[in-house]
Design a protein around this ligand. Structure first.
Ligand code: LLP
Length: 423
C-alpha cells in the first residue's frame, strides 16, 4: 500500500489527504491510485521482459471504466467473462486482438458479440461449449480462435472458494481429455486452435502450485505437439497473490525462471490473466464511523460501509488492514470490530482491530482495489459506493454514488391487481 501514506498526521493517497476526499465525495468511497496501478503493471512487464507476453487484466477484479482505460493505456489486454465485460473493455478503448474470453458458461449472445468484435481467443471449458462456439461461428461466418482450459489438478493452497485447479472444481476439462478435445476441434469448421490454458486459483502466495501446474501443462503441450496439434500460446491464468496482512511478496522472478526456457524452446507466446495483482493494493475503501457501541466486553465501530460494499471479509473471512485516517496516537487503542449497518452478524469489515475510534472518525479499509466494488450489491437497498481515481495530483470522481432513485427506477410497480386464473 505504498501509495497510501501518512503525511502531517493524515492518511493520504498520492499526497491527497483522504479527509479531503471524504469531504468532497462523501463516504463510503473507493479511492484508487492510478500511480499504484501503473507501478504494479510495470512490475509485471519488467518481470516478463524478453518473453513474448500478453498481459490480459482480469476485468472482474475491478471493472471501473477509468481503471480499464488506464490499464489499456499502459498496454494491457483484457480477460473477460461476460458480454457485459466485453462492452466495458471496448468502451475503454481495448484492442479486441488483446481480449481473451474465459468462463464456464458463455451464452450465445455473448459468443456472437465476441466473434463480431474479433477477440483474440475463447478459453473453452467443455466439449459442449466447443460445439456451441463452432456452431455459432459457422452460422455467422466467423472463425473462432480457441484455447482449451485444462484442469491440471493441483492444489493452489488458497481459500476453497477461490481454488479452481482441483479436479473437483467445475472449471476446465481433465488433462486426460485434452487430446480428444483438440482432435475434435481440428475437425470442426469455424474453429481455429490457438492455445492452451489453465487457471488454478486466486490469491496464491507460493510458487509451488504454479510450478506443479507448469510441469503438468508443458508435459501435456509436448504430447499434443508430438501428435500434430499446433499450440501457439500458453495461458497461465491469473492468481498472483498480494499482501493483505503479512503475506510474502509474490515471487515473480521464480515464475519467470520456471517459464522462460520452456516457452522459448517451444516458441510459445505467454498469456497471463492477473486481476488482483494489478489493483488490490491500489485502492482503499474510505468509510466513516457512525457511532461506537459496546455489548458486554465487545466493542464495535459501526461504519457507513458494509458487506454490500466489501464482501470479502464476510464471504471468505478475509482480513484486510484498517487504518485510521487521522494518524493514531500511541495510546488509547481498544480492540474493536469494524462492522456495517446491515442486519447480519456476518456484516463485518474487520475484527479485533487495535484502534481508538469515535463517531465521525474516518478509516480506510486497505487493499480494497480488487474484488471490492466489483462484488458490491444493493443489499438492504444501499446504493453502491462512489469511486474516485487519483492521478497526476488530481482526484476525480469515476463513479457516482448510487441513489435510492437509481435503484428504484428499474422496478415496475403494477397499480392494477393481476387477474386470477384458475388452474
Ligand atoms: N483468470 C480466470 C479464468 C479467473 O477465473 C480469475 C479469477 C482470474 C484470471 C484473475 O484472478 P486473480 O489474478 O485476480 O487472482 N472474489 C475473490 C477472487 C475470485 C477470483 C475469480 N477468478 C476474492 O475476492 O478473493
Amino acid at each position: 500500500m505504498s501509495n497510501f501514506k501518512y503525511q502531517n498526521q493524515e492518511l493520504a493517497c498520492d499526497q491527497i489527504p483522504l479527509r479531503e476526499l471524504a469531504e468532497a465525495f462523501g463516504t463510503p468511497t473507493f479511492v484508487y491510485s492510478g500511480a499504484a496501478i501503473e507501478t504494479a503493471y510495470q512490475r509485471l512487464t519488467t518481470a516478463f521482459q524478453g518473453l513474448n507476453t500478453l498481459i490480459c487484466y482480469a476485468v472482474k477484479a475491478n471493472a471501473n471504466l477509468s481503471v480499464l482505460k488506464r490499464l489499456h493505456e499502459l498496454g494491457a489486454g483484457f480477460d473477460i467473462v461476460s458480454g457485459g465485460e466485453l462492452a466495458r473493455v471496448l468502451r475503454a478503448g481495448a484492442d479486441p486482438r488483446k481480449i481473451v474470453f474465459s468462463g464456464v458458461g458463455k451464452q450465445d449472445h455473448e459468443i456472437e458479440a465476441a466473434l463480431e468484435a474479433g477477440i483474440h481467443c475463447f478459453n473453452i471449458e467443455s466439449d459442449a461449449e466447443l460445439d456451441r462456439i463452432a456452431s455459432i461461428a459457422t452460422t455467422t461466418g466467423h472463425i473462432a480462435p480457441i484455447s482449451l482450459r485444462v484442469n491440471p489438478d493441483v492444489d493452489p493452497e488458497t481459500h476453497p472458494y477461490i481454488s479452481t485447479g482441483l479436479n473437483t472444481a467445475k472449471f476446465g476439462v481433465p488433462m486426460a481429455e485434452a487430446e480428444a478435445f483438440y482432435r475434435k476441434a481440428a475437425s470442426l469448421t469455424g474453429i481455429e486452435i490457438l492455445g492452451i490454458d489453465c487457471h488454478i486459483g486466486s490469491q496464491i502466495t507460493s510458487i509451488t502450485p504454479y510450478l506443479a501446474a507448469i510441469d503438468k501443462m508443458f508435459t501435456l503441450i509436448d504430447r499434443l505437439m508430438l501428435s500434430g496439434i499446433s499450440i501457439k500460446h500458453f495461458d497461465l491464468g491469473g492468481g498472483m497473490g498480494v499482501r493483505y496482512e503479512n503475506e510474502p511478496e509474490f515471487p515473480l522472478g521464480a515464475l519467470r525462471a520456471a517459464l522462460e526456457q520452456r516457452l522459448n524452446d517451444r516458441n510459445l507466446q505467454l498469456v497471463i490473466e492477473p486481476g488482483r495483482y494489478l489493483v488490490a493494493n491500489a485502492g482503499v475503501l474510505l468509510t466513516k464511523v457512525i457511532h461506537t457501541k459496546a455489548n458486554h466486553e465487545k466493542k464495535f465501530a459501526v461504519v457507513d460501509a458494509a458487506m454490500n460494499d466489501l464482501l470479502r471479509p464476510a464471504l471468505y473471512g478475509a482480513v484486510q488492514e484498517v487504518l485510521a485516517v487521522q494518524e493514531p496516537m500511541e495510546t488509547g487503542a481498544h480492540t474493536i470490530d469494524v462492522v456495517g449497518p446491515i442486519c447480519e452478524t456476518g456484516d463485518f469489515l474487520a475484527k479485533d482491530c487495535s484502534l481508538d475510534l469515535k463517531a465521525d472518525d474516518l478509516i480506510a479499509i486497505c487493499s480494497a482495489g480488487a474484488y471490492g466494488m466489483s462484488m458490491s450489491s444493493n443489499y438492504n437497498t444501499r446504493g453502491r459506493a462512489a469511486e474516485v481515481l487519483v492521478e497526476g495530483g488530481q482526484a476525480r470522481l469515476v463513479r457516482t454514488r448510487e441513489s435510492v432513485e437509481t435503484q428504484l427506477a428499474l422496478e415496475i410497480e403494477h397499480l392494477d391487481k393481476p387477474s386470477t386464473t384458475e388452474h
